[in-house]
Ligand binder design. Structure first.
Ligand SMILES: Nc1nc2c(c(=O)[nH]1)N[C@H]1C(S)=C(S)[C@@H](COP(=O)(O)OP(=O)(O)OC[C@H]3O[C@@H](n4cnc5c(=O)[nH]c(N)nc54)[C@H](O)[C@@H]3O)O[C@H]1N2
Ligand SMILES: Nc1nc2c(c(=O)[nH]1)N[C@H]1C(S)=C(S)[C@@H](COP(=O)(O)OP(=O)(O)OC[C@H]3O[C@@H](n4cnc5c(=O)[nH]c(N)nc54)[C@H](O)[C@@H]3O)O[C@H]1N2
Ligand SMILES: [Mo]
Length: 673
């Protein structure tokens, strides 16, 4: 008999959809969008659906595996736990906690997944990771400017008159925002897309502005120039709530549209009109994507966008905002990561240079790598360095659902459960919903929840008192202690996802900025103290195709490796299916480029630079600029993919974000394969 249950999608995506799961005879047969959810509105994206396929996929590994020579061998959980505890104890004793590194990322938004961090913190704090593969630079920028992260609720976009999708493509990465954008459009809002690629969201926009990659900071400064020159700034707002306006005004005084046009490749009249729309046709909102901060200048780029909001008084008003991130889930949910048990000073490896940092670490060198909910071999930059680092470490463990490129390079694989096989809470970092995911079926095979895995490891390592031995339900009750004061109980959550009462409707509505001056800081002393330019001055990306810069001839294309529509990062490769040629990575080229290099659709090319190369099949499209080569990130190395062989390991201006797109390349036709 078929039964349905309310639950929530655990993927690391803006949307965190409420879904209804159909269970028939102990088997999950379907997930569909929850019609009662205001945000999910009864529809799901394709990658959400693929989670049912992945659950039952033949590729799913359902028992622990140990590497013997170059083969995997099935082992019992007991043997796996014994091996881990023996190794951890030996390395801690001989080499110290800094010889062990825990790499985790965003494989699941399930709150109990943080028990992996708790385990390693309770050990006393092993080496960790600083910064982010995802959004670090932009976060640091908003901290400098506003003192924290706040974003408007999605439906508030319907109060905007001008909406800029700045380096963001909700039609691909944030599908459930689109209905709100369409409503805003119906109400008369103008939607503008700024992107080097004519992305899917352009279909419902009024204007598409094609920008040369890595030059958004220059565009924003020129817009500020136009706004100030024409007297379109909101002087009242500035005098009450902005710090460092004079210094900022001096910075943009010479940043004319003519100057910006040389960097951005956008005509001056387009820049002037954009500035006018943004400043005059208020309220205006900027929905900032993460693409614009994947450059070495990424933090200052986001700061320049923040400044536009500040000088036009578009901050703290309904329909306004420079929306980057912010769900305020930390305020609602108790932190169970056990940070209080970790040493105060311990080794941190910055994510943007992870491979190099792991490889060169001395005293002690890295002996053990423990990977949970991530696939860093495929997803971290500079694959060659990552491979060397993994080769060098003596003992590596991976917890995942399938054998990824990372799992393949480990000594032990532990199979975890999916969202359907254990109970959990799911909170997105990008929206304001908190949802409950019940356990709907028994774990398949021998797979175990990470709650069980880390509890067992804690017992065997003798740290069970710190770690706490309790059931998932007890953990969830503990996590909800604050939430319960606001009426968000387990019972309430079982009725459907709930809105976090501590997340604002309008960001910074009370103008209570958490900066040292209490104002929006266009000039940041905090940045200066950290050795960062206190003003959002425009600097070139390290690698770029700007004709004003020298040295771009050898590698004439910016290599943009953006997020795929049908997968999430490197997940769901198998479910995309062999028949779908996306299993062969596509290389998207402008027709002029195809002509110049004598390539046709479906020809193969090598995309290469000083760091590495990748082979892919040509798809000719006028949607990419002639100075851009586009590929989707996420293809697996073992399938012949792996775009990160080309991407650089460099530290950006702030926040230790990862400048994946600060990367140039050339192409070469494969004549005979
Ligand atoms: N379907 C799907 N959804 C996802 C994900 C996924 O993999 N697939 N991933 C999730 C995750 S982890 C994240 S972080 C978010 C990312 O969500 P987004 O920020 O929307 O996506 P990105 O692909 O990182 O880059 C955004 C856009 O930036 C553009 N871009 C690149 N360089 C520049 C530039 O110099 N200037 C401007 N103006 N634009 C530029 C790219 O063309 C791309 O359209 O999406 C989440 N949602
Ligand atoms: N070139 C390039 N590279 C990029 C980006 C880019 O734009 N361009 N984007 C970057 C961004 S924004 C991000 S966020 C990172 C993402 O980097 P990762 O988080 O490493 O990428 P995923 O492919 O999502 O890997 C997550 C893994 O977790 C597993 N998993 C799923 N659920 C669970 C679970 O419950 N428990 C455990 N233990 N594992 C689970 C999945 O099977 C998957 O293998 O990639 C970055 N890499
Ligand atoms: Mo991300």
């Amino acid at each position: 008999m078929a039964e349905t249950f309310k639950s929530i999608c655990p993927l690391n995506c803006y949307d965190s959809c409420s879904w209804v799961v159909t269970v028939e005879d102990g088997k999950i047969t379907k997930v569909s969008g929850d019609k009662d959810s205001l945000q999910t509105k009864g529809f799901l994206c394709s990658k959400a659906q693929k989670q049912v396929e992945r659950l039952y996929s033949v590729d799913r590994i359902k028992h622990p595996l140990k590497k013997v020579g170059s083969y995997w061998q099935r082992v019992s959980w007991d043997e796996a736990f014994d091996l881990i505890t023996t190794k951890l104890k030996t390395y801690i004793e001989n080499d110290g906690l800094d010889s062990i590194v825990h790499i985790y990322d965003s494989g699941s938004n399930g709150i109990l997944r943080d028990l992996d961090r708790r385990f390693f913190n309770c050990l006393g704090g092993v080496a960790g990771i600083s910064g982010s593969l995802c959004w670090g630079s932009g976060i640091a920028a908003q901290y400098y400017d506003f003192g924290g992260l706040e974003a408007h609720r999605w439906d508030d976009v319907e109060n905007s008159k001008t909406i800029i999708l700045w380096g963001r493509d909700p039609a691909v990465t944030n599908l459930h925002l689109v209905p709100y954008l369409l409503n805003a459009k119906k109400k008369g809002a103008k939607i503008i897309v700024i992107n080097p690629i004519e992305v899917e969201s352009v279909k419902f926009a009024h204007q598409f502005i094609s920008i040369r990659p890595g030059t958004d900071g220059a565009l924003a400064l020129a817009m500020a120039h136009v706004i100030l020159k024409n007297g379109w700034a909101d002087l009242d707002f500035i005098s009450n709530y902005v710090y460092g306006f004079q210094e900022f005004a001096r910075l943009v005084k010479d940043f004319t549209p003519e100057k910006a046009s040389k960097f951005t490749d956008i005509p001056t009249d387009v820049i002037e009109r954009l500035a006018k729309d943004y400043a005059i046709s208020k309220p205006s909102t900027i929905l900032v994507g993460y693409g614009i901060q994947r450059y070495i200048n990424g933090g200052q780029t986001v700061r320049a966008l923040d400044a536009l909001g500040a000088i036009t008084g578009n901050i703290g008003i309904s329909g306004g905002g420079v929306n980057y991130a912010g769900s305020n889930k930390q305020a609602l949910l108790k932190d169970i990561s056990g940070q209080e048990y970790a040493r105060k000073t311990r080794r941190q490896f910055p994510f943007p240079v992870l491979g190099k940092a792991l490889l060169t670490a001395q005293e002690p060198p890295v002996k053990t790598i423990f990977v949970t909910r991530s696939n860093p071999i495929t997803q971290a930059p500079n694959t060659e360095e990552m491979l060397l680092a993994f080769n060098k470490a003596e003992f590596k463990v991976c917890i995942d659902l399938v054998l990824t490129d990372t799992a393949d390079r480990c000594d032990l694989f532990l199979p975890c459960t999916t969202v359907f096989e254990e109970e959990n809470l799911v909170a997105s970092t990008w929206n304001y919903y908190l949802g409950y995911a019940p356990k709907l079926i028994e774990p398949l095979g021998e797979s175990r929840s990470e709650t069980e895995i880390f509890t067992e490891l804690a017992i065997r390592m003798g740290i069970e008192e710190r770690f706490k031995v309790q059931s998932s339900r007890q953990w969830l009750e503990e996590i909800l202690v604050v939430a319960k004061e606001y009426g968000i109980t387990m019972e309430k959550l079982q009725e459907g996802a709930q809105i976090n009462p501590l997340s604002p409707v309008v960001a910074w509505e009370n103008k209570n900025f958490k900066t040292p001056s209490g104002k929006i800081e266009l000039y940041s002393n905090g940045a200066k103290e950290n050795g960062v330019n206190p003003l959002p001055e425009y600097v070139l990306p390290k690698e770029n195709v700007i004709p004003l810069d020298i040295g771009h001839q050898e590698f004439p294309f910016q290599f943009l490796t953006v997020h795929p529509k049908d997968g999430l990062n490197a997940q769901f490769r198998q479910e995309i299916g062999q028949e779908d040629a996306q299993i062969v990575p596509y290389v998207y080229l402008h027709p002029q480029v195809a002509e110049k290099y004598y390539v046709r659709n479906n020809d193969f090319v090598i995309v290469e630079n000083e760091r590495g190369q990748i082979k892919g099949m040509v798809k000719i499209t006028s949607k990419v600029r002639p100075d851009v080569v586009k590929m989707y990130q996420g293809s697996w190395i073992k399938e012949g993919g792996g775009v990160n062989f080309l991407t650089p390991s460099i530290i950006p201006d702030m926040g230790e974000g990862t400048p994946y797109y600060d990367c140039v390349c050339n192409i070469r036709k494969v004549m005979i394969d």
